[in-house]
Design a protein around this ligand. Structure first.
Ligand SMILES: O=C(O)COP(=O)(O)O
Ligand SMILES: [Mg+2]
Length: 222
C-alpha cells in the first residue's frame, strides 16, 4: 500500500462528506412557513448553504420577498430549534464516502472536519450517523470564534489532529479560500452545494466521486 504524503485529510461537512440538504431544506421551509412564505424545493436551498444557518435563512428570506431584522430575529430561532430536533432524517453520506474514510484510515492518515455548521448541530449529527469517532478533530463554525474562509479554524483542525502535512476538501469558496489562506492544498467536490461551475472555486484539483480521492492523493507530488 503506497504511503500518502499527507498526515491529515480534512473535510468540510455539508455538501462534502454529507448531503444534508434534505434536513436543512426542511428546517428552512418550516421556519419561513411560520410567516406564510411558500416552501423552496431542496435544489433551490443547496446554494444557500455554506456560511452557517443564519446566512442560509437570510438567503431564503431574500429569495422569497425580502426581510428585515425583526423577521430574521423571529424566524432564526424557529429554524435552529427545528433543525436541532431533525438533524438526520434525510442526511446521508455521499456515494463512496465510508469506503474512502476506511481506505484513508488504513493508510495511517488522520481524518478531520472543519465545518461552518455550529457545534450544537455538528457534534450530534456526527454521533447520530455513527461517524464522530472516525475523526481525529472536529472544528465547527463557532469552535474558535471565526469561520472559514478565515484560516484559524483550519489551523485549529490541523493542530487538534496532531499536526503535520494536511490537505482540505470542500464544496464552496469558503472551503477552497480557507485552505488557501491556511497555506494548504485543496480539492473541490463537484457533487456538493455548488452555486456555479466547480472550476470557479480554483481548487488545486476536483473530484466527481470519492472513489477518485485515494488514487489522487497517492499520485500527489510529495
Ligand atoms: O452549515 C453551513 O452553512 C456550512 O457547513 P459546511 O461548512 O460544512 O459546508
Ligand atoms: Mg460545504
Amino acid at each position: 500500500m503506497a504511503r500518502l504524503s499527507f498526515d491529515i485529510v480534512g473535510f468540510d461537512l455539508d455538501g462534502t462528506l454529507l448531503d444534508t440538504s434534505g434536513d436543512l431544506a426542511a428546517a428552512v421551509n418550516y421556519a419561513i412557513g411560520t410567516i406564510g412564505r411558500a416552501p423552496f424545493p431542496v435544489d433551490s436551498i443547496r446554494p444557500f448553504v455554506g456560511k452557517g444557518a443564519k446566512v442560509m435563512l437570510q438567503r431564503a428570506l431574500d429569495a422569497s420577498g425580502g426581510y428585515d431584522e425583526a423577521i430574521l430575529d423571529q424566524t432564526l430561532p424557529i429554524l435552529l430549534d427545528y433543525y436541532e430536533q431533525n438533524l438526520a432524517l434525510h442526511s446521508l453520506p455521499y456515494p463512496g464516502m465510508m469506503a474512502m474514510l476506511d481506505a484513508l484510515a488504513e493508510r495511517g492518515v488522520k481524518l478531520a472536519i472543519c465545518t461552518n455548521k455550529a457545534e450544537r448541530f455538528t457534534i450530534p449529527l456526527l454521533h447520530q450517523l455513527g461517524l464522530f469517532d472516525r475523526f481525529a478533530s472536529v472544528v465547527a463554525g463557532d469552535t474558535v470564534g471565526i469561520a472559514k474562509p478565515d484560516p484559524a479554524p483550519i489551523h485549529a483542525m490541523i493542530e487538534r489532529a496532531g499536526g503535520g502535512r494536511a490537505i482540505f476538501l470542500g464544496d464552496t469558496i469558503n472551503d477552497i479560500a480557507g485552505a488557501r489562506n491556511a497555506g494548504i492544498p485543496s480539492i473541490a467536490v463537484s457533487f456538493g452545494f455548488l452555486d456555479g461551475p466547480v472550476e470557479n472555486l480554483e481548487a488545486d484539483a476536483v473530484i466527481h466521486h470519492f472513489d477518485e480521492l485515494v488514487p489522487m492523493l497517492e499520485a500527489w507530488p510529495a
